[in-house]
Design a protein around this ligand. Structure first.
Ligand code: BTN
Length: 256
């Protein structure tokens, strides 16, 4: 069955708050993030939602690969590109996660800093990249990339087992899921631009998959996760005191 994309409904919901906004659906691209970053570097920095039915070189955080299912209807992959000039960028990926989870389902949890989890399995991920403008001092072009498994992929060796959104929303199609998340995502990103992570902190902590659990960081630190700070840093209580983890280069996982 060909995928139906509610491009017009999304445009109608978003364009009033994002002048010049367009929706573009590609049958195939290497990566929606790579494509929007390419365009930004070439000077094209319009607000756009770029959706891919299939990605051939999807990317995740920390240089990881984002594997797309062979069946385009089994996953949702898109990037939102827009100019942003927040006073402080910290916490943006958490704010995006809160928005996606709240739009999709009450059972979805967030794993700092950019994963959507269901019952300790990975349902989706967020990759945010930015490009500076050639001709402007302030602001950057932000590319907010989102990948969500609709069916859990059976292939691909991932350290965290995968989950699929259809476990929560039976039979959900990519277009439905896209319409369910994008208008709220744009509102959330624009709210973040105005006031930062503050309004998202309680929402993150309510869904924090690691809260009060023993965790290990990729730099070897271990302790107990105690939620996100007012700027989106992960707070880890260790034997030596509270570690405030804000580096995007650090990863964290529950202790075995
Ligand atoms: C992660 O899990 O580390 C983040 C995964 C982000 C995947 C999405 S799919 C759409 C967009 N294009 C990409 O290449 N990556 C993001």
């Amino acid at each position: 069955m060909p995928t139906l994309w509610p491009a017009e409904a999304i445009w109608e919901a978003v364009a009033p708050s994002l002048p010049g906004f367009t929706v573009e659906v590609l049958a195939e691209v290497d990566s929606t993030n790579t494509e929007l970053m390419r365009r930004a570097r070439a000077g094209v920095a319009e607000p756009v939602l770029l959706v891919a039915q299939r990605q051939t070189a999807g990317r995740g955080r920390l240089g990881r690969v984002w594997h797309s299912a062979a069946d385009p209807a089994a996953s949702l992959t898109f990037s939102l590109g827009l100019s942003l000039s927040p006073a402080d960028w910290s916490g943006l990926s958490l704010a995006v996660g809160v928005s996606l989870a709240e739009s999709l389902h009450a059972r979805i949890r967030l794993k700092w800093p950019n994963d959507l989890w269901l019952d300790d399995r990975k349902l989706g991920g967020i990759l945010i990249e930015t490009a500076s403008f050639r001709d402007r001092e302030a602001g950057r072009y932000a590319v907010v990339g989102v990948g969500v498994n609709l069916s859990a992929p059976s292939d691909g060796a991932t350290s965290i087992p995968p989950a699929g959104l259809r476990e929560l929303l039976a039979g959900v199609q990519p277009g439905q899921a896209l319409l369910q998340v994008v208008p709220a995502l744009v509102r959330s990103v624009l709210l973040f631009e105005r006031v930062g992570f503050g309004p998202f902190q309680a929402g993150f902590n309510a869904r924090d998959a690691l809260r009060n659990r023993s965790v290990v960081l990729s730099d070897g630190t271990s302790g107990t996760a105690r939620g996100a700070s007012a700027t989106g840093a992960l707070l880890v209580h260790t034997a030596d005191g509270v570690a405030i983890v804000s580096s995007s280069e650090v990863s964290v996982r529950p202790a075995a």
